[in-house]
Design a protein around this ligand. Structure first.
Ligand code: GDP
Ligand code: IMO
Ligand code: MG
Length: 408
């Protein structure tokens, strides 16, 4: 689970943990996600495909995910060109919803209509696709095998065009829809499954499943900084509905956070910095969106928000990423409370953070392979977070590469 505003490093962690699991499953989100993996000198960005594909043989896209066939095809074909037998490694839920070309048009139109209060979405049609799902009007992966699929598509398309005030119009150049239908044919080369049966079957057979979150808790549609959120439940409960797994079957919950904070798009961010410290975080941490290339907003670690995320997800183990980005900082700060508030308030935008200052570690964390050998100032930082949250930090990531990982 991502505990902040996304981009915590979920992809890297899932890749690292995959060899310990029998299956890896994505349960929500869609191509708005960008999960970066680095190993053996290569760099890979996954959007809809689970981050277990490189090291794991059983990967699932669950019912809670929304799939854009065109983006899926581009992503999958690149992996296939790299020699991965993806069609053997990946199975897709029949109940996952499809993102249509008109969902993207609706996403853009809704953002334009919001003007100054726009969300700053990734423009991938995520909101409109989930809207159709809850409005009971969406197209699902399983529908592509039905004889009336074209007719259902046509109906949805006309409805969308009417919403756009363009009834009867074309959806851009004819190639757009041609490409979409070709991509649907490509998608059909994968095994479609009733993933709720597959996942529960694995658990019944005492196999382990790693559920991979997308986005982060503060982008959750219920608990995030609404309305500046995504359109799915990014918290742990989303894994139950997005895979068909009962709450009591959830075991460990890994909560992933950066040693500082970032956010892409609009919305409140109490610890955001606008000075050269933010600039340094952005440059050293390469904080540019992996999907849209946008600059990520940067700021200090927010413990109030982190505790909130830990509570909502029932986190049992923490994983801290990117401490190495602050290797040469003189001082490092953590927001320990907001003025006049006990937790994350309804109006997060009005929050004024109160900070505790720490001496920087001024050493290269990447030079260390064990927790014990890490600089004492860094360990103070880690242990303060553990003490305040009451949750152990079991994994510390000290660089983007798979190998730059300390497991305690
Ligand atoms: P995700 O969306 O949660 O999977 O995260 P992203 O992949 O969007 O963003 C995390 C970025 O940080 C990627 O560029 C990773 O390669 C990089 N990264 C992950 N862990 C570390 C780390 O410990 N140190 C540094 N410097 N970079 C990291
Ligand atoms: P990963 O999985 C960071 C943000 C967008 C925007 C808001 C809504 O890589 O952590 P959407 O397109 O979902 O309707 O946009 O959510 N957002 C993300 N920010 N990481 C992500 O995914 C994100 N997915 C969506 O920037 O503010
Ligand atoms: Mg990302």
């Amino acid at each position: 689970m991502g505990l902040q505003w996304g981009d915590e490093g979920k992809g890297k962690v899932v890749d690292v943990l995959t060899p310990r699991y029998d299956a890896v499953a994505r349960f929500q989100g869609g191509p708005n996600a960008g999960h970066t993996l680095e190993f053996d000198g290569g760099k890979y960005i996954l959007r809809s495909i689970p981050s277990g594909v490189f090291q794991g043989h059983c990967n699932v896209i669950g019912n809670g995910v929304v799939i854009d066939p065109v983006l899926f095809r581009a992503e999958a074909e690149e992996l296939e060109r790299g020699g991965l037998d993806l069609k053997k490694r990946l199975q897709i839920s029949r109940k996952a919803h499809l993102i249509m070309p008109t969902h993207r048009l609706l996403d853009a139109a809704q953002e334009a209509a919001k003007g100054d209060s726009k969300v700053g979405t990734t423009g991938k049609g995520i909101g409109p696709a989930y809207t159709d799902k809850t409005a009971r009007a969406g197209l699902r992966v399983g529908d592509t095998e039905r004889a009336d699929f074209r007719a259902s598509y046509e109906k949805a398309r006309q409805r969308h065009l009417a919403m756009l005030g363009r009834p009867g119009a074309q959806v851009g150049p004819v190639e757009v829809e041609k490409e979409w239908f070709e991509a649907v044919e490509y998608l059909k080369q994968y095994t479609f499954i009733d993933s709720e049966y597959a996942i529960n079957g694995l658990l019944d057979a005492e196999k382990s499943v790693l559920a991979e979150g997308a986005q982060g808790t503060l982008l959750d549609v219920d608990f995030g900084s609404y309305p500046f959120v995504t359109s799915s439940n990014t918290v742990c409960a989303g894994a139950c509905t997005g895979l068909g797994v009962a709450p009591r079957r959830i075991g460990e919950v890994f909560g992933i956070f950066k040693a500082y904070c970032t956010r892409v798009g609009a919305g409140p961010f109490p610890t955001e910095l606008f000075d050269e410290t933010a600039q340094k975080m952005r440059e050293i941490g390469r904080e540019f969106g992996s999907v849209t290339g946008r600059e990520r907003r940067c700021g200090w670690l927010d413990l109030v928000a982190l505790k909130y995320a830990i509570m909502l997800n029932g986190v049992t183990q923490l994983i801290m990423m990117k401490g190495d980005v602050m290797n040469d900082f003189e001082t490092v700060k953590i927001c320990t409370s907001y003025e006049g508030s006990d937790g994350v308030p309804y109006d997060l935008g009005a929050s004024k953070p109160i900070y505790k200052e720490f001496e920087g570690w001024r050493a290269d964390l990447r030079a260390h392979a064990t927790y014990e050998s890490l600089p004492v100032q860094f360990k103070k930082y880690v242990e303060f977070i553990e003490h305040e949250t009451g949750v152990p930090i079991r994994i510390i990531s000290t660089g983007p590469d798979r190998a730059q990982t300390i497991i305690r």
